[in-house]
Design a protein around this ligand. Sequence first.
Ligand SMILES: [Cu+2]
Length: 465
Amino acid sequence: MTSRRKFLTNAGIAGAVAASTVAKSSLAGIPEIVLQDSAETMPPLVPPNGRHYHPVVTPNGWSLPWRMNAGVKEFHLVAEPVLREMAEDFTAHLWGYNGQSPGPTIEVVEGDKVRIFVTNRLPEHTSVHWHGQRLPNGMDGVTGLNQPGIPSGKTFVYEFTARRHGTFMYHPHGDEMTQMAMGMMGSWVTHPKDHVHDEIDRDFCILLSGFDIDPGSATPKVMTMLDFNLWAWNSRIFPGIDSLNVRHNDRVRVRIGNLTMTNHPIHLHGHEFVVSGTDGGPTSPGSRWPEVTTDIAVGQMRQIDFLADEEGDWAFHCHKSHHTMNAMGHDVPTLIGVDHREVAAQITDLIPDYMVMSERGMADMTEMEMPLPDNTVPMMTGEGPFGSVEMGGMFSMVKVRKDQAPDDYSDPGWFNHPEGTVAFEYNGPMPEVQRSSDAGNSSMPTSEKANHTTEVQVKGFEKSG
Ligand SMILES: [Cu+2]
C-alpha cells in the first residue's frame, strides 16, 4: 500500500513533471519523453492547460503529461521493455510504455485535437490501436491493414480528434499475442466537454491483464492461451494493488478495461453500483440497474458508479476465485527436498487417490511453511487487521472514511470498527443436531442405492463432546 508520506513525495514529482513538459522552449520538434520508474499510485494530473476536466487516478499508475502545440495536445509514448514491480519482492520483465506496464493513462477532452508520437524501442515492430475511438481509418493502428508496423528504433505519429467521450484503451495491433502477453496496454479517458463529469468526486482507471510467469522467474510465457497464473489490475497483483481510498458519501466512478483472454465478474462489497458507461459510451439513465457484480468480457470496458455511503474497508475483486490467487509454487522443481507436496505428487502417480494438499481446505497454503523461490509472491496472502486475507491476483479494497480529505487519495490505514460491529465468537452451549425429515410433496424420489454413510476423519480434529 502506498504510505501517506510516499504519496506526498510522488505528488511533488508528478507536479514537477507536468510543469516541465509545457516549457515554451521545447515547443519544437518532438515532445520530450516522460518516464515513470515507480509503481506507486500517482495523484491526479490536474490539467495545466486546455479545457478543464476532473482528472482520473490510475491505481499503481499515472497519467501522461502532454504539451500544447498550436492547439494540438501532443503526447509521446515510448514502447519499450520495462521492469514492473507487480508486488513487493516480485518484479517482472515486461514490455510497456514510458517505463511501466501498463502504459500511462492518456486523458483528453471531447473535441481535443490529439497528436501522439510513438517511438518503438522494442526488438520487433509494433503499432498502437486506439481501442474504441472514432478516428480516420489510417489512424486505427492495425499493422498491415491500416499502416506498416513501426520498425524498431522508429517513431510514428498518430493524429485524430477525440470525437466522443468515454473510457478507451490502447494496445499494440502487431504481434498482438506476444506484446499483450508481455503487458503492453494502457487506459485512455476522453472527458466530456460539458461538465457532466463534475457529478463524480473520484474517478479511477483499472486495466485487467493476465500473465503466465512461473514462480521464481520474471518473464511471461507468451505462448500461453488460457492457463495464465497471475491475474493483475494495472499489472499489479494483490497484495500489491493499492486500495481505492474515498471520502464518505463521495460519488465514485471506476473504469475497468479487460485485455486478458477471459471474462472477469468484478464484485464490490457493501454497496450497489450502476454501469454508467460501456465501450460504446455512456449508458442512458433509463437502462441502468443496480448490481454488486458486473461481468467484463474480453476486450470490453465498463464504467461503474456508486455512492460510497458505507464506512469501512470493502473488498473489491474479481469473483472468479482462481483469479484471486497468485501463481502456485508447489510444482516448482527447485523446491524438491523441502516440499512434501512434491513428494505427494509423485505418490499420486502410484496411488491416484492419495491426497495431501487439501485435507483441511487450502487455507494452510496461505502461509507456506516452505521457502518460496526468489521473486515470487505467495499464492494466497495479504496481512489484514484480523490475520491473513488469503487472497492474491485481482483483489483490492475500497476504503470509505469520513475524515478522508476531498483531494486526498492516500491510504488511511485499516478501518476502526465501532464497538459491537465486528463478527464475534459464540461460546454458549450447542443444541442437539436435528435432521429434517420433511422432503416436501414435489421432491424427486431418491434412488434405490444402499444407504451408507462415509465418515471422514480429519487428522488433528478431535470430535468435540
Ligand atoms: Cu477474473
